[in-house]
Design a protein around this ligand. Sequence first.
Ligand SMILES: NC(=O)C1=CN([C@@H]2O[C@H](COP(=O)(O)OP(=O)(O)OC[C@H]3O[C@@H](n4cnc5c(N)ncnc54)[C@H](O)[C@@H]3O)[C@@H](O)[C@H]2O)[C@@H](O)CC1
Ligand SMILES: [K+]
Length: 492
Amino acid sequence: MITPEHGLLALPALRQLEQNAEAAGLQLMQHAAQAIAGWCQAHIPHGAAILVAAGPGNNGGDAILAACLLKQAGYAVEVLLPEPRVNAAVAAALQHWQALGGSVRPTLGDTPPAWLLDGLFGVGLSRPLGGAWLHLIRRLNSLPCPKLAIDIPSGLDAWTGQPRGIALRASHTLSLLCPKPGLYTAQGRDYCGHTSIALLDCPPTHYPQASGSIAVPQALALKRRHSSHKGSYGSVSVIGGARGMSGAAILAGRAALALGAGKVFVHTQDALLLDPATPELMLRSWQDGMNVPAANVMLIGPGLGLSDQAHQALDALLLHDNTLVLDADALNLLAADSQLQARLRQRSYPTLLTPHPSEAARLLDCSTEQIQADRIAAARQLAQQFACTVLLKGSGTLLASSGQPYRLLVHGSPALAVAGQGDLLGGAICALLAQGMPLLDGAHLAADLHACAGEHYETAQGGPIGLSASTTLQLMSHDLNQRLKQAGAPAF
Ligand SMILES: NC(=O)C1=CN([C@@H]2O[C@H](COP(=O)(O)OP(=O)(O)OC[C@H]3O[C@@H](n4cnc5c(N)ncnc54)[C@H](O)[C@@H]3O)[C@@H](O)[C@H]2O)[C@@H](O)CC1
Ligand SMILES: [K+]
């Protein structure tokens, strides 16, 4: 059961929710206005000058009713209404505003306000913004003040997280009634700033079935007993590291150890003698990997290369009945070979693909821009086309598996946009799977730990630059231990 604060609704379901609430007599616009005014009173100094930009639909109605409450609370509020043709709810809100002595201006003045409230467009944006709207939003973006977007920054698509023509760059966003995927994925986080959600006192029974979720799985399944030993925590084999690229496979192996796998094998093209920083890793060659699928979870791809030998390794592994994670060059080999794809589809054992947007584009034979234009659709299409679970990397990482609600990560940081982080994530996922977590939950929890490590680093350093692999792994294992501490008693 997905709760209202975690559920991601498709547009028809959101409209259904609004109807359900209205039919039950809930005055959503009043509740929205109260939530917005409450947010402002908690964040904006009393009496400050607030410019409320109101559009022609209900997003504008929310904004104008909030303007009324803020004026009554003692703020110096002005309403900017660029489009005089407004819907009935906005017209009623305007009447109320004017009855309070509030004035309305059609164009932006010269004096910048202390804060901007953006109520131009919300989820009703139905086409790219153009003409005068482009000019206005450009000017609003250049105002040197913090900006609160109501529901979603105007111009940002609430489902894809992509601007349509142009979008307001908010410092804060207060989303109404439920979270929307566009707040978190693609360019969403760059446009939304700090995001919070106001559920508007809408009872959970009014919420239709969600198609996605931002809830993160519990770590409880990883709780350890005193009587356990290394054999209790599974084993991971990493197959990668062609000549000159062994670092990628080593990083994945280190991550698998740091996140708690009992035993970790690293198979590189030529077996390495030792990883001095992590002598616990058992180092083998590819040949050994094919003949001895010793581990219950296998990761193939980091630094694998595209040689015939790499192709053979992937071909052989697809036949094994262990849990299999495909990353990096394994995905590139797969994209280029329909026979490998057929073999993948025939697998009946848990399989995960972990592409970044360019790898996803190769797999779907389209451009990276097309993937990013609708990341949710791309992740779902990959899961369906290849009959496996998919983790689509990038800002707002997504997980999709046929017949399941998709999952969206709300954490992450540009600190993670450096070489080697994908290898760490692959290894970390395998560690949680080796310890018995189901595929979707294990991949999700590992990706969340990775995303949070990036955020923690950025917060601690005051910026995203310089995150190393070893720091990432320390942050991830620390966070996992903290989550386990809070998770209660182990299941027997
Ligand atoms: N309906 C309700 O009961 C609720 C509505 N809420 C608010 O209402 C918003 C949705 O309201 P609406 O559905 O009225 O939609 P919006 O207010 O987002 O915008 C719709 C208006 O914008 C115009 N429009 C759309 N795209 C345009 C473009 N590219 N260029 C120029 N004009 C364009 C439409 O013709 C229409 O007039 C939410 O985002 C939220 O702020 C929430 O308060 C929750 C409850
Ligand atoms: K808005």
